[in-house]
Structures are given as C-alpha cells and as structure tokens.
Write a protein that binds this ligand. Structure first.
Ligand code: NAD
Length: 512
C-alpha cells in the first residue's frame, strides 16, 4: 500500500491525502476526502438509481457483470499495473488474488444469481398445507455500503460489490485510503460495462468517510478490515439498526502432524505465511509442529525461505509491506519475540538493500505464547514455528487465541485431517493446503470470536444482500380466513379434534 500523508488545504475545503508507492516511495497521486454531505448526496442518487436497477431481472443484471468480466480480461495488464503501483506486491500475486479471483467471482455469481434469487414457491406444513402456499421473494435491501481494506484492494472491493449488485442493490463503495485507486477501478470497470449511472458510486476517504457512509443511512454495511475498526462499525450500525457483516483480522494456526508429508507441509507453510507479503487475512500466522518431525520440517522451511527473491520491480517472489504502520508493527513484534528468547533463523529485519517498505521473509523458532508474535495479528512475512510434544498439544495451542478466522492442518490421513479441522474454533480450515476458503466461492466464509460477525460468499452470502419477503397465498381465493368469527364452543371442539388428529395420530403426523 501506498503511504498516506495529509496535504495542506485552505480552511473549509475538503481534506486531501497524498499517496506514495511503498515499493519506491514515489508520489502516485492524491485523493479528496468525501464528507458526510458528499456521501448523503451520493446516497440520494443511489436510491433513485436502485429503483430501476432492482426492477431488472437477475439475468439482465448479470449481463452487466459479464460485460465487466470481458473488459477486465481484455485489459488485465492495466488493472494489474494500478494494483502494483499502490501496493508493491509481486505481479503474480496481483494477477492471482486480485484479477483471477475477480473474474472467478463475476462468472460464478453472474451465472448462479438468476437461480439463487428466483422466487421460491413452497407448500406449508400442518394445517396450512391444505389452504395456503408460501412464496419467498428475494427483495434487494436497497443501498449497500461496502468498506474495504488495503491488502486485497481490488478483489475485496469487487466481490461484495458484485454480489450486492446482482441482488438488485445499488452500492456505495469506500475503498481504503491507502489503496484508493484500486477501489476506483471497480467503479470505472462497471461504468465501462454500461452499468446505469449511480447504481455503483465510489466515495473516497479515510475513517471519516467510512463513518459517514454508515451515518448516511445505507441499508447494510459490508465491512472488511481490522478488529478495532470492526468494533466501531458494529456499534455505529447498531445505532442505525442496520445489518452488517464484519470480516476482520486473524491469527491463523497451522498444525503439522507427525504423519504429514513434510516437504509439502514446509512448502505450504512458506506459501501460507508469505503470500501477499504475509498481508493476507487468512495467512498462516503461527505454526505448531510435532517434535518427531520438527527438525526436518524447520530445515525445509528455512531452505525455502532463503530461496525467495524480494525486489521492487522485475521478477520476484516477495513484495513490499503495503503500509508503513504495518512495517513498524512487524519490527516491533519480532523485536519483542527476540527479547523474550526467540531465535531468528532467516531474515528478522527491514531489507537494507531496498529503499521501499520491505521486510525480509523471516523464520523464528523457540517462540512461546508470551510473545506478541504468537498472539497478536502480525500481517507480515514471518513464520514463527513452535515445536510441540504431540497433536493434542498442537490442537490445544491452536485454539489459544482470541481470533478464529481460518486455519490449516497437515496429515496424510484426510479423515483425521477433517476431524482435527472440526476441533479448531475457526470459520474455516484447509487440510493439506494453505487457507483456501475465501477463494472457494461455494464455501461460507467468516470468522469466529474476534475475527468477525456474519458470513459471506456461498449461496447464503448472495442471499444476505436481500431480505426474504414471505408472501402467503390462500389457495381458495380467501374463501375461509384463518381466524373466523363468530367464535363458538362447537368450533373450539372441532379445533381440539383436529389438533389430536394432527399431533396424536400416526396419519395426522405425516402432515406435520
Ligand atoms: P482498517 O480497519 O484500518 O480499515 C478498513 C477500512 O475501514 C478502511 O477503508 C478504512 O478507511 C475504514 N475505516 C476506518 N475507520 C472507520 C470508521 N470509524 N468507520 C468506518 N470505516 C472506517 O483495516 P486495514 O488496516 O485497512 O485492513 C487490514 C485488516 O483487515 C487486517 O486486520 C486484516 O486481517 C483484515 N482483513 C480481513 C479480511 C477478512 O476477510 N476477514 C480480509 C482482508 C483483511
């Protein structure tokens, strides 16, 4: 991410923020911070535009998403360039996390939305079966506020936006102030695809604009970011009585069993911890390896990490730390670990060869849960490895955390892997791979404990951008209503008989 500094502006004017590239520290642009009145005006426009957008069939709405997909595929290098300029991540990672994943999201939900959003007609149970039918209509919520973070600046802006649009909502998207241009790209992509004006608007700014978005009166907030901000968002949404999903931070554990394929587990540890320079919400943040295989595992990890190439341009594996605040946090956590007895096997410092914000890929051993690096989110290219006696201890330590986003378990026995996965108190777990759930779009995704509230993705993720309106239709055209006057003792006797038939007779119970 770029580095953000306030620009001096005359009093009364909108604040401005200047951005620098984290890879080479060059100035890459400025944004003007939208205020509450700007967001409120955008909301008025969005509400007006949503009416006709929400009235389109899901298939028609999907056609705009497919147009956007084509534009993205035809121009992917330009999109990658924007992401690289403000994030400094490795080009392959920009292509993989941001563009590949965005294409997948657009096709996946565009293709399935018409079926998922179709009105469902069903029979009712019990007494109502004979006289009523239920129609469940998936109504759009109205205007959705999407607030996104800086670590996946394009995909984490695009994924909720696409789902909300397909469900018939208008969207106000507020990207992170650290990566505003990748978020802006989402708006530009859909404008080029011919999306009706004001159905998707991008508002820019920092926390002030994010808070204004909630305050403005949108109908739902989809927030991705840190635990601290997530708590503020939850409180603000509660005040407005609007729903929110909170996708927050994590401290994901990796468990390496004695029967794991050690080479693969070592490769998975390096990929899981260093992918996106470790700034991946489901990144592997702490590793527990059983002592029987610890030596072999650690030496394989060390060899692999030593082979990684870090650079600002060209072909390389590990990019910049997106944001200076992050770099300081990583430095502080590693220093704290070393002071408390951890040993650095590789890295352990800011890369002295590069001018930008680069932290060397780092392997730490002799770590304990007294160290910040084993309990607080790091969000950096660091692998702290703890040797444990056995799997039981590994599982116990894996659950010693206030977070619960994702996790991964390594064993040659897949059924044992699934059993261990079910014992980890986290929203998702991968067996024999790094955390995968956000990219597997069928998978409900969300965090337990402090890692979030609500779930996104999957069929229910799309439905969560709607409210399910229940319409009960009388099969007999209103011939008899459910409550009918005048009441009488005779009718009560009839009702008692009917109740005994329904719940006390084997035949009656067939209808319940
Ligand atoms: P952050 O909380 O600092 O900011 C996130 C967004 O919230 C930004 O757009 C910011 O401008 C906005 N914001 C700040 N104050 C606000 C307020 N008071 N009201 C409304 N909006 C406000 O997070 P970040 O540093 O940008 O992102 C990194 C964090 O995000 C990490 O903790 C990471 O684990 C988490 N994350 C989670 C997921 C997930 O799916 N669970 C995905 C990616 C990142």
């Amino acid at each position: 991410m770029a580095i953000v500094t306030a620009v001096k502006v005359p009093e009364g004017e909108r604040r401005k923020l200047q951005l620098q590239s984290p890879a080479n520290l060059r100035v890459i642009g400025e944004i003007e911070v939208d205020r509450l009145d700007d967001v409120q005006s955008a909301l008025v426009r969005a509400r007006a535009a949503q009416k006709s957008w929400g009235a389109l069939t899901p298939k028609k709405r999907a056609s705009y998403v497919f147009k956007a997909l084509k534009i993205l595929l035809d121009n992917m290098d330009d999109y990658v360039d924007v992401v690289l300029r403000e994030s400094g991540k490795a080009a392959t990672e920009a292509l993989m996390i941001e563009i590949f994943a965005a294409c997948d999201v657009m096709r996946y939900y565009g293709k399935r939305a018409p079926k998922i959003l179709k009105t469902k007609k069903m029979n009712l149970h019990g007494a109502l079966r004979f006289s009523k039918k239920l129609h469940i209509i998936q109504q759009p919520l109205g205007v959705i506020g999407v607030i996104s973070p800086w670590n996946g600046p394009f995909i984490l802006s695009l994924n909720p936006t696409v789902q909300a649009l397909l469900a018939g909502n208008a969207v106000l998207l507020k990207p992170s102030e650290v990566t505003p241009f990748s978020g802006k790209l989402v708006g530009e992509l859909f404008a080029e695809a011919g999306l009706p004006e004001n159905v998707l608007q991008v508002v820019q700014g920092d926390g002030e604009t994010g808070a204004a978005l909630i305050e403005s009166g949108v109908d739902k907030i989809c927030f991705t970011g840190s635990v601290g901000t997530g708590r503020k968002v939850a409180v603000a949404c509660a005040e407005k009585l609007i729903p929110c999903t909170l996708e927050l931070g994590g401290k994901d554990p990796m468990v390496v069993c004695a029967d794991a394929n050690i080479e693969r587990a070592a490769a998975g540890a390096v990929a899981g911890s260093i992918f996106n320079t470790g700034q991946y919400c489901c990144g592997t943040e702490r590793i527990y390896v059983v002592e029987e295989v610890a030596e072999e595992f650690i030496s394989s990890v060390v060899e692999r990490v030593k082979g990684l190439r870090q650079a600002a341009e060209g072909e390389f594996d590990v990019g910049a730390i997106f944001f200076e605040r992050q770099l300081q946090l990583i430095e502080r956590q590693v220093q704290d670990a070393v002071e408390k007895g951890a040993k650095v096997l590789v890295g352990g410092r800011k890369n002295p060869e590069l001018d930008g914000l680069f932290y060397e890929p780092t392997v730490l051993v002799d770590v304990t849960h007294d160290m910040d690096i084993m309990v607080d989110e790091t969000f950096g290219p660091v692998l702290p490895i703890m040797v444990v006696k056995d799997e039981a201890e590994a599982m116990h330590m894996a659950n010693q955390t206030e977070y619960g986003l994702s996790s991964n378990v390594w064993t040659k026995d897949s059924s044992k892997g699934v059993k261990l996965a079910s014992q980890i108190d986290a929203g998702s777990c991968s067996v024999n791979d790094m955390a995968m759930a956000y990219g597997a779009l069928e998978a409900p995704f969300g965090g337990r404990k402090s890692s979030g509230m609500g779930q996104v993705n999957g069929q229910n993720g799309l439905l969560n951008y709607t409210f399910q309106q229940s319409v009960i239709v009388d099969t007999w055209g209103g011939f008899i209503t459910s409550t009918h006057y005048p009441y009488s003792l005779e009718k009560d006797d009839g009702m008692k008989k009917f109740m005994r038939f329904l719940w006390a007779s084997p035949f009656g119970r067939l209808f319940t």
